[in-house]
Design a protein around this ligand. Structure first.
Ligand code: SF4
Ligand code: SF4
Length: 75
């Protein structure tokens, strides 16, 4: 299965580096003063970077999976 990593909004990223300092696996680094997931295979999809970011620039995407056709009964 393809790995999922946090999405970074480069317009919101100020290059403060908080996500880099908080990432337990060093999966994210600053390149040209912007956060970049440099080692996607090391990302454990925790929420440390998301919690650390003061501008909401980095976050884990939600994956919405719809259930196949189901018969819902009213109570
Ligand atoms: S989700 Fe966790 S492991 Fe992945 S880049 Fe963010 S802090 Fe690092
Ligand atoms: S914490 Fe947010 S604003 Fe700061 S470098 Fe990381 S993604 Fe950019």
């Amino acid at each position: 299965m393809e790995s999922t990593v946090p999405v970074i909004n480069l317009e919101r990223c100020t290059g403060c580096g908080w996500c880099v300092r908080q990432c337990p696996t060093h999966a994210v680094e600053l390149i040209a003063r912007k956060a970049v997931i440099v080692r996607p295979s090391d990302c454990t999809f925790c929420d440390a970077c998301e919690q650390a970011c003061p501008t909401g620039a980095i976050g884990r995407p939600f994956i919405v999976i719809f259930a196949p056709d189901q018969q819902w009964s009213r109570i």
